[in-house]
Design a protein around this ligand. Sequence first.
Ligand SMILES: Nc1ncnc2c1ncn2[C@@H]1O[C@H](COP(=O)(O)OP(=O)(O)OP(=O)(O)O)[C@@H](O)[C@H]1O
Ligand SMILES: [Mg+2]
Length: 362
Amino acid sequence: MASVQIRGIQKYFGGTHVIRGVDIDIEDGQFAVLVGPSGCGKSTLLRMLAGLEEISSGEISIGGRVVNSVEPKERDIAMVFQNYALYPHMTVFDNMAFSLMLAKTDKALIKERVDKASSILGLGQLLDRYPRQLSGGQRQRVAMGRAIVRDPQVFLFDEPLSNLDAKLRVQMRAEIKELHQRLRTTSVYVTHDQIEAMTMGDRIVVMRDGVVEQQGKPLELYDRPVNTFVAGFIGSPAMNFLPGTMVLNGGDIAVELADGSRLPAPLRASRLGPLGGKPVIYGVRPEHLRLGSAGEGMRAVVSVVEPTGAQTEIYAKVGGTDVIAIFRERHEFRAGDVIHLVPEHGHTHVFDAESGKSLLGE
Ligand SMILES: Nc1ncnc2c1ncn2[C@@H]1O[C@H](COP(=O)(O)OP(=O)(O)OP(=O)(O)O)[C@@H](O)[C@H]1O
Ligand SMILES: [Mg+2]
């Protein structure tokens, strides 16, 4: 096992600047998830870690050793890809044993390693099969087995579950997490799925356009997003954003929406000076709204009600803005009904309308 340090990394493809100064520290044994929209540079960064892509500038260390000019096979890492890349003409056993055979590992040791990995992954009965005789989930497990047998210092995963159907993805997600709890091998996992990131990562790195927007523990990102991008990306359904203006409401700071309703802002009144009249975005997650009575919170007109059984999702309009609210209890509202949505104290956010940066914690 090993820690991973990424320092001031830049990457140009010709004249295109795709990684624009990235710093990430991953502790020994951690499961770090790189998440962000398509094209933000996740795979490029992972491939630089693996040594498959040259670094334009900056430094990458694995286990305290700078690996910038170390060959991929000397880096002691194992990578699991989206398309598994199993050898179709080889059995499950041979697919898993292949890298060890190439490294001329002792036959008995190969058998021992493959047996151990296949029992961890529940592949014991399938060792003589060929990839075409396996289900998608089983193939994905073989791809992981191939990484495990090498007992590397670091696992790298690039969207390993994206070829699986939704149900299998959830199951494999839990399996990979369990595997990590068992082996504790430092892992870097790339996905564009924020739910995968939230449920699997000890540490999440949110990227956009080649830069890191925020990194931290999953719930830190959920509770204290530094900007509207992270706030909108982490959490599902996404955080509601309402445009407004900062005002003084009695002795407290509030955000006044276009319809005149005032929502308390989690900022000290002494901060109004520079912020008074400033255009801001008020943020509140669907799960942090409750129903109030007339005059409370914000007035909303119901557009759609979706009862999922476990909860009720209400789509509504506050002025011209779409808002989603989620309630644990059941409600029989109909389109056109007027309701009052009250943000829960301690769960609201205020962002600068121009920069998108959070104004909390300043
Ligand atoms: N070999 C290459 N030559 C030129 N541009 C490239 C090359 N590889 C990637 N890019 C560009 O670099 C940017 C980042 O690509 P990358 O594959 O790292 O994104 P990603 O975050 O993994 O996206 P996805 O979620 O779609 O896999 C993209 O704009 C892509 O077009
Ligand atoms: Mg990618």
